[in-house]
Design a protein around this ligand. Structure first.
Ligand SMILES: [Zn+2]
Length: 146
């Protein structure tokens, strides 16, 4: 698999760990969107697109995010720590939509995306810079894997 194109939309909020949204094209024929560049404690890393996981209220069956304390549908109080824990004991709130299945592929994607990100940062410093047109997902930053 070759990465044929990376498009980077910088996120301007300086305090945020989220630095950019990216779309990555593989072999000129498959695009993955909503890949994020995140400032971690040890530098930039790339987060794969993910969705918030949800479960169903025991009382009414309504669907709620795992962090919700009360049911959206009936208002019943929901238990606080019902999300499954990962191997480090942190709540697992997001699931990847698309992700590499081995370290080499992860490295390849991460390197290409970080290079494209740095180039876009440089471009953004030039006068007349026009950010890439890309609609942004409205979900929040995934839990940081450091
Ligand atoms: Zn309910």
């Amino acid at each position: 698999m070759e990465i044929s194109e990376v498009r980077v939309k910088l996120v301007s909020n300086k305090d945020d760990r989220l630095k950019a949204f990216c779309s990555v094209t593989m072999d000129n024929e498959f695009v993955v969107r909503d890949i994020k560049v995140i400032e971690g404690t040890t530098g930039l890393f790339v987060a794969m697109p993910s969705r918030k996981m949800s479960d169903h209220c025991e009382k009414c069956g309504g669907k709620n995010h795992l962090r919700a304390r009360f049911c959206n549908n009936c208002g019943a109080s929901l238990s606080e720590n019902r999300a499954k824990k990962d191997f480090k004991g942190r709540m697992k709130l997001h699931a990847d939509i698309a992700h590499p299945i081995n370290v080499e592929c992860r490295k390849k994607i991460q390197e290409k995306v970080i290079i494209a990100f740095n180039e876009e940062v440089e471009r953004s410093k030039q006068p007349g810079y026009k950010p890439v047109e890309m609609d942004e997902p409205d979900d929040e930053i995934p839990e940081v894997i450091s």
